[in-house]
Design a protein around this ligand. Structure first.
Ligand code: RRO
Length: 311
């Protein structure tokens, strides 16, 4: 049978499917469940300098086509997640993991990353440049100048494997400009995409989540075409040393196949993991392997990035 084995930087994974940051990753208990599932890895909830309660509830809703959330970055503080990934990395036969981080200001981001640099953690870090839900804080990666300034500073002191979580872009010029910024840095990966920020879902005459008068990040079916476009746009533009993690609208093996076809080396599950729980990893892995078997692909490198265009 086909293998969904993959590699990000120097780290290997038995399966290219894992959770998306924010889903099933708030506590050690949730992370341990993902770790024990068929997933190839996990990423932690984005950790901030100090723990945060997040926005008022209800702050997540499932819809027929996906989800809307305005969690507001609730988390147990970066140290909680750093301690856990260090604990796991010291266990024999541990999977490799991703630690998601961001500060509430560039200064806080640097404080956190300097602590991670000084720690025993030698795994992957994903800097979240795209949270859409903290009132008064814009999605960082929509501001190319600030993004470049943050990354310039980060790489003066940070030497461990490091990637960024991006918001969706919607314009070819923005793909060009964003890729030109990221190509200046020794990034290990970029992850496309975070939720589509600030959508609005209505039930009868009322919004379905409380924060920000109902505005929130959109995930699920709605976002798959945008996610695939972002994965492929960056696959076409980034230095080949910068790998791509595909996130957005994956609920079947076919969806994962399409992300890989667009260039993704790893594929993350958000809304569908929230809806089905960690058993979803086995289902989608089996569906992906069945498609690969049918097409005669032995591993994901046989078709990764090989999206066909019309003549
Ligand atoms: O916690 C959130 O509200 C949140 C974050 Br940090 C993010 O990056 N993406 C998202 O959809 N929600």
């Amino acid at each position: 049978m086909a293998s969904t084995h993959t590699k990000i930087g120097d780290f290997t994974f038995d399966n290219c499917l894992m959770n998306a940051a924010g889903v099933y990753c708030m506590t050690r208990e949730e992370l341990a469940e993902v770790d024990a599932s068929a997933a190839g890895s996990f990423v932690t909830k984005t950790g901030t300098l100090t723990k945060r309660a997040g926005n008022p509830e209800p702050r997540y809703a499932d819809t027929t086509l996906g989800s809307i959330n305005s969690m507001g970055l609730p988390n147990l503080g970066y140290q909680y997640y750093l301690d856990y990934v260090i604990e796991l990395q010291n266990q024999p036969n541990s999977k490799n993991h991703f630690l998601s981080l961001v500060g509430m200001s560039p200064e806080e981001t640097h404080t956190i990353l300097k602590a991670v640099q000084a720690s025993d953690y030698h795994g992957l870090v994903e800097l979240n440049l795209s949270c859409p839900n903290v009132p008064g804080k814009p999605q960082i990666a929509y501001d190319f100048e600030t993004t470049e300034a943050i990354l310039t500073e980060v790489f003066t002191y940070y030497t461990k494997p490091f990637g960024v979580k991006l918001p969706p872009y919607f314009d070819i010029v923005h793909f060009d400009q964003a890729a030109a910024v990221f190509n200046k840095f020794p990034l290990t990966f970029v992850n496309c995409i975070n939720s589509i920020g600030n959508g609005l879902v209505i039930d009868d005459e009322t919004v379905v989540i409380k924060p920000k008068n109902g505005f929130g990040g959109i995930g699920g079916d709605y976002v798959k075409p945008t996610a695939l476009a972002n994965v492929h746009a960056f696959y076409q533009r980034l230095n080949p040393s910068i790998q791509i993690i595909g996130t957005g609208g994956v609920k079947t093996g076919r969806d994962a196949f399409e992300h890989i076809l667009c260039g993704a080396s790893m594929v993350q599950l958000g809304t569908i993991l929230h809806q089905e729980g960690p058993a979803v990893f086995e289902r989608i892995t089996n569906e992906l392997k069945a498609i690969m078997d049918e097409k005669g692909y032995k591993n994901i490198e046989d078709f990764r990035g090989k999206l066909q265009y019309m003549n």
